[in-house]
Write a new protein. Structure first.
Length: 224
């Protein structure tokens, strides 16, 4: 477990849980909130990391799924069954998440089968806000990697603007409906946010507005 800043923790991915997992972030917003949940099998390790951060996994309030890929949603069905948490996503990725579509979720790339899952909250539009006792998490639709990709933005009590941009780097494939043009527009919108911390889904945490902008611009140049 790693504390990133006030209310924000890295609790999964790599040697924290499993190499097949995306990076998983936890928020303490008066209730525990999770950003993505890994490919599935390592949920017990992620739950242990939540406890190490002072967050009870059984009290998980909301699991935000930033997009429909298996390394981000694989544990969602088990987590919902165990905790009763709310599942949130964007409407354009909802069907893939709920059905476990093997192509759209890239589950066929991993050789796994996803369980069906009922999404409790799906927003259809450019933005949404999830209100919690300890703060507000803003969700922004950032299509490109998948049709329903989104990011989270949190203004913390210690004056950070944290951007949870899980798969800013891609990859892109017709198999899951990628749109490079839409992705470029999304990335420019993220740069305009002027976040000073980026919690990315595989490349790690970038601190400082310059570092955040540099990483996003680097990805744009690599996919010009």
């Amino acid at each position: 477990m790693r504390r990133i800043c006030e209310s924000v923790y890295l609790v999964g991915g790599g040697n924290l849980s499993a190499a097949s997992d995306c990076l998983v972030y936890a928020l303490d917003l008066g209730v525990p909130v999770l950003l993505d949940c890994g490919a599935g099998a390592s949920w017990p390790r992620i739950a242990g990391n939540l406890r190490a951060a002072g967050l009870a996994p059984e009290d998980l309030h909301t699991l935000v799924l930033t997009h429909c890929h298996v390394d981000h949603i694989g544990a969602a069905a088990a987590i919902k069954e165990q905790t009763g948490c709310r599942i949130a996503c964007h409407e354009l990725d909802r069907r893939a998440i709920e059905t476990g579509d093997p192509k759209l979720t890239a589950a066929n790339w991993y050789g796994v089968r996803l369980e069906e899952l009922v999404v409790d909250h799906a927003f259809d539009g450019a933005s949404d806000q999830l209100e919690f006792p300890g703060g507000v998490l803003t969700l922004l639709h950032t299509p490109g990697h998948t049709p329903g990709s989104m990011v989270g933005v949190l203004e913390t009590a210690d004056d950070h603007r944290v951007l949870f941009g899980q798969d800013i780097h891609g990859p892109f494939s017709d198999d899951f409906g990628s749109d490079i043009g839409a992705w470029r527009r999304s990335m420019r919108e993220l740069i305009a946010l002027e976040a000073d911390i980026l919690c990315e889904g595989h490349y790690g945490v970038f601190e400082g507005e310059h570092a955040v902008r540099e990483f996003i611009e680097q990805q744009l140049s690599l996919n010009a």
